[in-house]
Design a protein around this ligand. Structure first.
Ligand code: CAA
Length: 238
């Protein structure tokens, strides 16, 4: 039977307790993977192993990776999804918000993949999926910090793709558009209407529409895809 061949594969997802991350955890589990996830505040409902940790700490993420391998087995893949917003027009912005967003959304991804990639390289297989954003490609009013971090991820991922290729380790990016999650819930209604008018498919996305792409890119079925940025945005940016 056709399958994504994820049965028994160990995958770590950051920010796996809610939003897009929770859908990724649930779907990977449905597809037979052994899924560990990191959460900061409250655990989610799916996955084999939930670990409370802060992606801004390399020490904590190193301990997370060791624990996942001890309890579930050798990692096959990581989905670096954890991210935050601290929206404000740039001229009103605070440098503390800039620092926090960069530390979580960019350095947090460094901290997530840094302990994982040497292990994948050594084993000669594996894949990493980084969740970026259409905002990293287009910018977005009120999101200078977020746009800078997400754009940074794209260059970071392409470099990892080049460095990992000789070891058969793939790195890809998903760039979601505006998806129905808590992040979007905080956007004022008048701004939501403006955003919606820029989406050719005429609606916001659903977390599961990102999760299916993440599962595919994680899986060995995507074996010839590396260094890609997959846009899932209803046509807002092509
Ligand atoms: N797109 C288009 N116009 C926007 C906008 C946006 N994203 N954000 C703000 N504007 C417009 C406002 O409509 C307003 O226009 P008018 O003066 O014509 O009414 C103008 O910019 C100034 O905005 P505010 O009056 O709201 O100014 P403020 O200082 O009170 O608040 C803000 C600014 C905090 C940025 C607020 O507008 C806001 O929260 N905007 C939404 C930001 C946003 O889009 N966040 C995305 C969250 S989803 C996500 O991040 C996930 C992802 O990857 C896509």
């Amino acid at each position: 039977m056709a399958s994504l061949e994820l049965e028994g594969k160990v995958v770590l997802v950051t920010g796996g307790n809610k939003g897009i991350g929770a859908e990724v955890v649930a779907l990977l589990e449905d597809l037979g993977a052994k899924v560990a996830y990191v959460y900061r505040s409250e655990p989610g409902e799916h996955g084999s192993l939930a670990i409370q940790a802060d992606v801004t700490s390399l020490d904590e993420m190193t301990r997370v990776v060791d624990r996942v391998e001890d309890e579930l087995g050798p990692l096959y893949s990581v989905v670096a999804n954890a991210g935050i917003t601290r929206d404000s027009l740039f001229v009103k912005s605070e440098v503390d918000d800039w620092d926090e967003v960069l530390r979580t959304n960019l350095t947090g991804v460094y901290n997530t993949v840094r302990p994982v990639m040497p292990k994948l390289n050594e084993r000669g297989e594996g894949s990493m999926v980084l969740i970026s954003s259409v905002v990293g490609q287009q910018g977005n009013m009120g999101q200078a910090n977020y746009a800078a971090a997400k754009a940074g991820l794209n260059g970071f991922a392409k470099t990892l793709a080049q460095e990992g290729a000789r070891f058969n380790v793939r790195t890809n990016v998903i760039a979601p558009g505006f998806i129905e999650t808590n992040m979007l819930a905080h956007v004022p209604d008048k701004v939501k209407e403006k955003i919606l008018s820029t989406v050719p498919l005429g609606r916001f996305g659903k977390p599961e529409e990102i999760a299916w792409a993440a599962a595919y890119l994680v899986s060995p079925q995507a074996s010839f895809i590396t260094g890609a940025v997959l846009n899932i945005n209803g046509g807002r940016y092509m």
